[in-house]
Write a protein that binds this ligand. Structure first.
Ligand SMILES: [Zn+2]
Length: 411
């Protein structure tokens, strides 16, 4: 236990330092001779830890508030925490500010408590963690080798029909708002209500005011969970890029939470961003979640031993883990290749500049076999590399695309 804690300490203290987000350090190449040509070969894992990796949706605050999970411990039952993010090479996490359905009232007060907690983390873990409100703060923190948090809100019911409360969210650092969750609210009609219950209506008059105010503030409109009618109204109304923080591709997996080709094109036309959701139900139409837990448990148990063997040598650890995952591939559950198919699909449809990672970790989701928790982002980088993506393209998918949008609304 002690050895493991000191490993964690070494990992946390050595958070990587980025010189510049657009001019990557040229450290990840080694040269091999092929006949008379010099071929540069990238080690995808070195590239991964050098790149700025961003995840635009995570629900860890839910198990923290409801089940007593701790952000600074390697919780056995959460998909994410500081330890897993560190091993996974994550640099920026957007934390979802979300009110669980069990709370029937007092949403805004609950949200204030979540933000209070994030502010406590900002102080208590300031040696390696910081909550940022704009792009300049983010780049400064990354250059100091820190892990960054951004606040993103999910479900417009939390502003309780009040523009003043929206302003308070912004003032306290919230930089995107998902206009609805699965349930409709004063802002508009959700995807679930529209597609499952046939409720029509799109944006309500208050919703239009909210969109205008968010434009004025520089707060991103998040259309994940939003009904299609309201979606198209947002595209028309918004002057800023529109994002889907955690949604996947409808053409590959027809679910109301996913985006149609026309929606993906519309988001791209605003200069926006789509964070692909890792939930296997949104990725794989033939999913059976039954065995995922046992696959993950086996992988986690075996890989913990590999992790202990390699200590803080994350590059070699990742090569060994990837070998293990390849050798122990199973036809059950959902393969990470299907997650990559969704990224690929968006790239082929609208180009490389609009897609990223929006895991939804700890939002009661089952994930692809090989992505058993937040320590596994490097597996995605290796898969992208194997599909033929260039270093520059991989950097865009891992975080560059969201950073471009975040920069565009930063004040
Ligand atoms: Zn969600």
């Amino acid at each position: 236990m002690k050895t493991y804690l000191s490993l964690i300490l070494i990992l946390v203290m050595n958070y990587k330092c980025h010189e510049n987000e657009t001019l990557p350090k040229n450290i990840m190449t080694n040269t091999i001779l092929a006949e008379d040509t010099i071929v540069k070969k990238i080690d995808p894992f070195v590239l991964h830890y050098d790149a700025i990796v961003v995840d635009t949706h995570n629900d860890i605050l839910m198990p923290i508030f409801l089940q007593g999970a701790e952000i600074n411990l390697d919780n056995p039952h959460t998909q994410s925490d500081f330890i897993k993010w560190k091993i996974g090479g994550l640099d920026v996490q957007v934390f979802s500010i979300y009110v669980p359905q069990r709370y029937k009232s007092g949403h805004f007060n609950y949200v204030m408590k979540l933000i209070d907690r994030m502010e406590e983390y900002n102080i208590n873990y300031s040696n390696f963690f910081t909550v940022v409100k704009n792009y300049d703060e983010l780049i400064k923190a990354i250059n100091q080798g820190k892990f960054c948090g951004i606040l993103g809100a999910e479900g417009g019911a939390m502003i309780e029909g009040s523009i003043e409360k929206l302003q308070i969210l912004y003032d306290r650092g919230v930089r995107y708002l998902g206009l609805t969750w699965n349930t409709s609210n004063e802002i508009g009609i959700s995807a679930q209500d529209e597609s499952e219950k046939g409720i029509k209506g799109g944006l309500k008059p208050f919703g239009r005011k909210v969109v205008e105010k968010m434009n004025e503030l520089g707060m991103l409109i998040d259309v994940s969970h939003l009904g299609e009618t309201a979606f198209w109204e947002c595209i028309e109304l918004s002057k800023n890029p529109v994002i889907a923080s955690h949604s996947s591709v409808y053409s590959l997996c027809p679910h109301y939470r996913n985006l149609t080709d026309e929606q993906i094109k519309a988001i791209a036309s605003t200069g926006g961003y789509i964070g692909i959701n890792f939930y296997n139900k949104f990725l794989d139409p033939s999913v059976s979640s039954n065995n995922v837990r046992s696959i993950h448990n086996k992988y986690k148990k075996d890989i913990k031993q590999i992790e202990a063997e390699y200590g803080s040598n994350l590059i070699d650890f990742n090569h060994r883990r990837y070998k293990y995952l390849t050798e122990n591939k199973t036809s059950e559950g959902t393969s990470v290749d299907i997650l990559i198919n969704h990224i690929d699909y968006v790239v082929k449809l609208v180009g490389i500049d609009y897609v990223g990672l929006g895991s939804d970790f700890d939002g009661s989701i089952y994930t692809p076999n090989e992505i058993y928790d937040a320590s596994c982002y490097p597996v995605i980088t290796m898969k992208l590399y194997e599909r033929g993506y260039s270093e520059e393209e991989i950097r865009k998918i891992l975080g560059g695309n969201f950073l471009r949008v975040f920069k565009s609304i930063s004040k």
